[in-house]
Design a binder for this molecule. Structure first.
Ligand SMILES: [Zn+2]
Length: 345
């Protein structure tokens, strides 16, 4: 689906309304608790009206204007102090937009603070989400590093069971710290891509989505796609079977998004053409990354040896050379269940 501007505009209106309603609720509560603030708001509004009246007069008096402005500033200062004295942040009654760079208008603010013509990063992200009809990564309420719990991973060293010389828990803690390094160094060209490997249900998808949330907060665009869906889009875009209408944008986003997460690599139906596409994609993104952040995360059940067997030598060496390999291990079913229900545990 190709989203149109009026649809996106409605979404931004909805975001602004939600932010304004939340502010109004805080305001009503504060008016009940600290009536002096209501009084101050009334005086600020009255002085504002008087100032406007002066401004629209034929010959406005600059001294009167200055006096009104000083009065308003003093009242605002008073209000901030009252809030602070009562244990609230001084901006508690400001509107808290979900994106501070554009105040939920979708366009970056100009020097005068009004929305300009340059689309904001949140606009680009919304476009990506609508384009692929994917849900907002933030919305499931149980993904994010605050839900990561190392207790879900066994604390026993059992190389015969887990295939590593340390406990799954100590491995998971190290991997979490690598994920945080990735987030902190995302904008550096020398920060390596991540490759999550491990059996089903050990937290690969969970961790890649946790990273996605943090990268979105930094104001970058993130595209999360299961490998079969991604290859399908690329293939249809490039070869246009049956003359179907596939907009070029859907391929462009895969190439250009700041963070691309390819989930479940290896579950796509195998074909040499797909591997060539994967190589082209990785080449393009790694070249772009030298100028502007363009990182890729791959998660797969395959281990690096399987990669060598399944894909061409060139893809395997590209992945092994450019990606940091993070192998998670654990008792999958228990971890899946707990990760999914981590809120209740
Ligand atoms: Zn924005």
């Amino acid at each position: 689906m190709n989203p149109n501007w009026s649809e996106l505009k409605r979404e931004f209106e909805r975001r602004r309304e939600t932010a304004e309603e939340a502010r109004d609720r805080r305001k009503r509560a504060i008016y009940g608790l600290i009536p002096e603030i209501k009084d101050l708001d009334r005086k600020i509004a009255e002085t504002g009206i008087a100032l406007n009246r002066e401004l629209i007069r034929l010959n406005p008096d600059p001294i009167v204007i200055r006096e009104f402005e000083n009065k308003i500033n003093a009242l605002i200062e008073n209000k901030k102090n009252l809030l602070k004295d009562n244990g609230y942040p001084e901006d508690y009654l400001d509107i808290e937009y979900s994106c501070k760079d554009c105040n939920d208008t979708g366009f970056l603010k100009d020097s005068d603070g009004k929305p300009g013509v340059i689309p904001c990063h949140c606009y680009r992200q919304l476009l990506v989400e609508r384009f692929y009809d994917i849900s907002n990564l933030n919305s499931d309420g149980q993904t994010g590093f605050e839900f990561f719990n190392e207790q879900f991973y066994p604390d026993v060293v059992a190389p015969d069971t887990y295939g590593i010389e340390e406990s799954p828990r100590s491995r998971a803690i190290k991997i979490k710290s690598k994920c945080l390094d990735f987030i902190n160094n995302f904008e550096r060209a020398d920060c390596r891509n991540l490759f999550f490997t491990g059996s089903t249900g050990v937290g690969k998808t969970f961790l890649s989505k946790c990273i996605a949330i943090e990268i979105l907060k930094q104001g970058h665009t993130v595209l999360y796609l299961p490998a079969p869906a991604m290859f399908d889009i690329i293939y249809r875009c490039k070869y246009r079977f049956n003359d179907e209408e596939i907009p070029d944008d859907s391929y462009r986003f895969i190439l250009d998004t700041d963070l691309l997460i390819i989930d479940d690599l290896g579950t796509e139906s195998p074909s040499a053409a797909k591997y060539t596409e994967l190589l082209t994609l990785l080449n393009y993104r790694s070249a772009k990354n030298t100028k502007t952040p363009c990182k890729t995360i791959i998660s797969t059940n395959m281990n690096p040896k399987d990669i060598q067997k399944t894909y061409s030598e060139r893809i395997a060496s590209r992945i092994l050379g450019e990606f940091e390999i993070l192998r998670l291990v654990g008792d999958d079913i228990r971890i899946i269940r707990r990760l999914n229900q981590s809120e209740q545990v």
